[in-house]
Design a protein around this ligand. Structure first.
Ligand SMILES: C[S@@+](CC[C@H](N)C(=O)[O-])C[C@H]1O[C@@H](n2cnc3c(N)ncnc32)[C@H](O)[C@@H]1O
Length: 327
C-alpha cells in the first residue's frame, strides 16, 4: 500500500473534478487507454528520464496531479522489472486525491502534499529538500507543471531541485505552454485554444449578467481568478535562467503533439478548467457554452493553419538538466 499523505474525505465536487481530469488523460478512466496527447507528450519525457533510473532509485514526480505522469513512468519501470521509490508531490486536493486512489495499491509510491498552512493561516509550498529530508533523487520529473509555477518562484525551485539530485541524477520536465523560438508556424501552445475559449466567453451575455449582479470588487476578483486558470505563457528563458543559475546543465528539445478535437473538449470540460466560464454555474448551461466556444476556436485554428480536421498541433518543450559539476 502507498504511504504518506492520506487523501482527506473529498467532497463530491472534488471527486468529480479528479475523476474528470483523469478521464481527460485516460479514455473512460482506463489507464490502458491513454489519450494520444498524454501518451506522446509523457513518452518523450520518460525517454530522457529512464536511463537514469535503476533498481531502488529514488524518483520524484513534482506536480503529479491525478497521477498521469507517474502511471506512465511505472508502466516502464514495471516492464523493465525495476522496483523504484516514487515520491509524488502536488498541491491540489481534488486531483492528488485521485492519484492516491489510483496508486493506493502500490507499495513503491509515497505521497507528499505540497502545501502547508502555518499557525497564522498563511499557506506556502513545502520545500523539496525538506520533504526528502536529506535524501537525493536519481531523477526528478515534472510533467506539464513548470508553466504553472509563478516565475518569481522558479529560481528558488531550481535551487531546491539542484540540491535534491544525487550525483549523476537528472531533472527532466516538459511543458506545452511556454514561449520559445522553436514553435513551428503551424502549431500552437497547448493552452492557446483554452485562452481563446476564455476570450470567446468574456462578453457572453449570461456571464456578464451574473458578474453585474456581484459587488464590483468581488466581480473583479472573480475575473482575475478566471484569468489565472490558463496564465499568459512566459518565455522558456525564464526557466533556463533559473536552472542555469542553480548550477544545472540545460539541454532543450521539442516535439509537436497532436491533440484531438474530442480530447480538447474533454480537457476543457474538466470542472476546474471549465471554471474559465465562471461565474456561470457548473452544469449543463456552462458545459454548453464551453463546448460551443471550443468548437468555434478549433474552427478558427483550422482556418489559421494550426489545426487539422481532427486535431490541433501543440508544441511541447523538454528540459533535461544534470548537475554541472557531475559531468
Ligand atoms: C497539468 S497537471 C500535470 C499532472 C501530471 N504531472 C501529468 O502529467 O498528468 C499540473 C499539476 O501541477 C500542480 N501545480 C500547479 N501549480 C503548482 C506549483 N506552483 N507548484 C507545484 N505544483 C503545481 C497542479 O496542482 C497540477 O496537478
Amino acid at each position: 500500500m502507498a504511504t504518506g499523505w492520506p487523501a482527506p474525505n473529498l467532497t463530491a465536487a472534488e471527486v468529480a473534478d479528479g475523476e474528470s481530469y483523469h478521464r481527460a488523460l485516460y479514455h473512460d478512466g482506463d489507464v490502458d487507454r491513454c489519450a494520444g496527447w498524454h501518451r506522446d507528450s509523457v513518452a518523450h519525457l520518460l525517454r530522457l528520464a529512464m536511463p537514469h533510473i535503476e533498481e531502488g532509485s529514488l524518483v520524484v514526480d513534482y506536480g503529479a496531479g491525478t497521477g498521469g505522469s507517474a502511471i506512465e513512468l511505472l508502466k516502464l519501470t514495471d516492464a523493465a522489472g525495476l522496483t523504484i521509490e516514487l515520491v509524488l508531490m502536488d498541491p491540489l486536493v481534488s486531483w492528488f486525491g485521485k492519484a492516491r486512489q489510483l496508486l493506493d495499491h502500490r507499495d513503491d509510491v509515497h505521497f507528499e502534499f505540497s502545501m502547508f498552512t502555518d499557525a497564522d493561516g498563511e499557506t506556502g509550498f513545502r520545500r523539496l529538500d525538506e520533504v526528502l529530508d536529506g535524501r537525493r533523487a536519481a531523477v526528478i520529473i515534472s510533467s506539464s507543471t513548470l508553466h504553472l509555477v509563478p516565475t518569481k518562484a522558479l529560481p528558488d525551485l531550481a535551487m531546491q531541485f539542484a540540491g535534491s539530485l544525487a550525483p549523476g541524477g537528472a531533472f527532466v520536465w516538459d511543458s506545452g505552454d511556454v514561449e520559445s523560438g522553436m514553435k513551428p508556424a503551424d502549431a500552437s501552445l497547448l493552452h492557446d485554444p483554452y485562452r481563446a475559449v476564455r476570450e470567446h466567453l468574456r462578453d457572453d451575455s449570461a456571464r456578464q449578467a451574473l458578474l453585474a449582479d456581484m459587488p464590483e470588487e468581488a466581480a473583479r476578483l472573480a475575473e482575475h481568478r478566471v484569468d489565472r486558470i490558463f496564465p499568459k505563457p512566459f518565455s522558456i528563458d525564464v526557466i533556463l535562467d533559473a536552472f542555469d543559475g542553480a548550477g544545472l546543465t540545460c539541454t532543450i528539445s521539442d516535439h509537436v503533439i497532436g491533440f484531438s478535437n474530442e480530447d480538447a473538449k474533454r480537457f476543457i470540460l474538466v470542472p476546474r478548467l471549465a471554471e474559465i466560464a465562471a461565474p456561470l454555474i457548473e452544469g449543463e448551461d456552462r458545459n454548453r457554452a464551453v463546448t460551443a466556444a471550443i468548437e468555434a476556436v478549433l474552427a478558427e485554428m483550422r482556418a489559421a493553419g494550426t489545426a487539422s480536421e481532427d486535431e490541433y498541433r501543440s508544441h511541447w518543450v523538454y528540459g533535461y538538466h544534470t548537475l554541472a559539476d557531475a559531468n
